[in-house]
Design a protein around this ligand. Structure first.
Ligand code: TRP
Ligand code: ZN
Length: 486
């Protein structure tokens, strides 16, 4: 309905003479991130994705229909969507068939008529096929659309969405989502946000989800399988904690069942939890070797959890939940700024660990400071303002939190917590860069902090230790990492 009227507006300009002078141009094939030149696209901004997908695990087959509502940010003769593998049947724009061409992992869509800057338009794409799993050569690691023994799981960073729907695949273009997933009766399909229930007919069950806060596409997930589900409300928010039914009930459950408690603790530090829902998804699939901060419902691999109490299990949950503030609500503008996600989530881990009676923040800091591993910690540094190189380096997880700790020691607790809370308020649901953080820290503290950030964030030389352990203190043993990526 709405788009029929829209099509009229677009195809019948008030003054035909001026319409002829409109300079419609193709949207760019990438959004302009030097580290990933083809991620995202130019010329439009997506408001909402409505996805209807049907998945049959027996054949790995997916049928999909994506309804994408966007606004043109330039006069568009054509535009791209990121899309990997699947076969496109048909694309319409404002109800009229569009021409579609494949160019690698890009769909090039030419609508019947140009799209005027500032006006909304609706794209409907129908597609099908077997979604592609991303495999890292030589390592048994899978990501993006993962085919599991009881269903499927989508998780991957910096991209994963384009393996199951056409998308403007970069954190700069956040949108809300409604997702309907149809699976054979007996299986449960999970996604982000609020659970809207399910209906069954003719052997299939459709599960409905709504992500009502702006979400970066790599944070959207789909998890199909058989789960042990704890669904409840916490602080009024629907919370869905799903653990693979094949896991013994003491393995991951002990840690993910602390989701509410850890969220409350993080709220006491960083201010209100930013989203409409919360939860966890734990899948038992050996090649899943990472956790991911999928919005409102982090994905965890079974292999990261020990049987019995292990503080590192809770730390992983604290890490992914902290990402809801740092990474999900406040997202990077360019992937070069990844330490704004990982450094902050890692520092939140230290804070939780201290609160939880495990290692203190100071012990974590010193453990990393003293480590002889050295490699990758001091060079390359966590932040390279020129971008371009692989942003996923180990130092974002180590010197990232060390930078925050050094900042806290320099400006004092009051200023530090004001900086952290203002950061999440000022950039809520948006994108930010390192320069914004440095400017905020200088504004709040009233100090010149170039030297501090040069030493901890961009430099390659180990600075003097600002927080040594008292003489004679027992040194913390390095906890055995079970994972490289978290
Ligand atoms: N950002 C993820 C986390 O903090 C971990 C991660 C790093 C990752 N690189 C990845 C996840 C690549 C998936 C793919 O939990
Ligand atoms: Zn992380």
């Amino acid at each position: 309905m709405a788009f029929a009227a829209l099509a009229l507006v677009v195809s019948t300009p008030a003054t035909p003479a001026s319409a002829r002078t409109v300079d419609f141009r193709p949207g760019a094939a990438g959004i302009g991130d030097p580290a990933y030149p083809l991620d995202g696209n130019g010329g439009y901004d997506v408001l909402h994705y409505h996805l209807d997908v049907r998945y049959q695990p027996a054949t790995d087959w997916l049928d999909g229909k994506a309804t994408i509502t966007a606004t043109a940010t330039q006069h568009l003769s054509r535009f791209n969507l990121d899309f990997i593998g699947l076969t496109v049947e048909e694309v319409t724009v404002n109800g009229q068939p569009a021409r579609v061409r494949r160019d690698g992992d890009e769909l090039v869509v030419t609508p019947a008529r140009g799209l005027l800057k500032g006006l909304p338009f609706v794209v409907v794409a129908r597609y099908h096929g077997i979604p592609e799993t991303f495999r890292v050569p030589e390592i048994p690691l899978e990501s993006r659309f993962i085919h599991t023994d009881d269903g499927a799981l989508v998780a991957g960073e910096p991209e994963s969405a384009a393996t199951w729907y056409p998308v403007n695949d970069h954190p700069q273009d956040k949108a809300t989502y409604s997702v309907n997933v149809t699976v054979p009766d007996g299986l449960t399909a999970l996604s982000n946000g609020i659970p809207l229930g399910s209906t069954s007919s003719a052997g299939w069950t459709t599960w409905r989800w709504a992500a009502t806060s702006p979400m970066a596409s790599y944070l959207s997930t789909l998890a199909i399988g058989r789960w042990r589900i704890d669904q409840h409300r916490h602080d009024g928010r629907p919370t869905v904690i799903a653990v693979d039914e094949t896991l013994p009930p003491t393995l991951a459950d002990d840690a993910v069942e602390r989701t509410d408690e850890i969220t409350d603790f993080l709220e006491s530090l960083f201010g209100p939890y930013p989203f409409e829902a919360n939860g966890a998804i734990v899948d038992n699939h050996d090649p899943l070797l990472f956790a991911l901060e999928t919005q409102t419902r982090p994905v965890y691999p079974a292999s990261f959890f020990d049987d019995g109490p292990n503080p590192l299990d809770d730390n992983l949950v604290a890490h992914e939940l902290a990402h809801q503030w740092f990474g999900d609500s406040v997202s990077v503008r360019y992937w070069k700024d990844l330490w704004l996600n990982e450094g902050f989530a890692a520092y939140a881990e230290w804070l939780w660990s201290e609160h939880n009676g495990f290692m203190s923040v100071r012990e974590w800091f010193n453990m990393l400071y003293d480590t002889e591993l050295g490699g990758g910690l001091w060079t390359p540094p966590p932040y390279d303002p020129t971008g371009g190189t692989d942003p996923f380096r180990i130092s974002v997880y180590s010197r990232g939190p060390m930078t925050l700790h050094a900042l806290r020691l320099t400006v004092g607790d009051d200023a530090f917590w004001t900086i952290m809370r203002r950061w999440v308020v000022e950039h809520r649901y948006g994108n930010a860069e390192t320069e914004d953080f440095v400017a905020l820290a200088e504004r709040v503290s009233g100090r010149q902090l170039d030297g501090l950030f040069a030493a901890w964030l961009t430099g390659s030389v180990k600075p003097p230790n600002p927080d040594p352990l008292p003489p004679g203190a027992r040194k913390a043993a390095i906890p055995q990492p079970r994972n490289l990526h978290r």
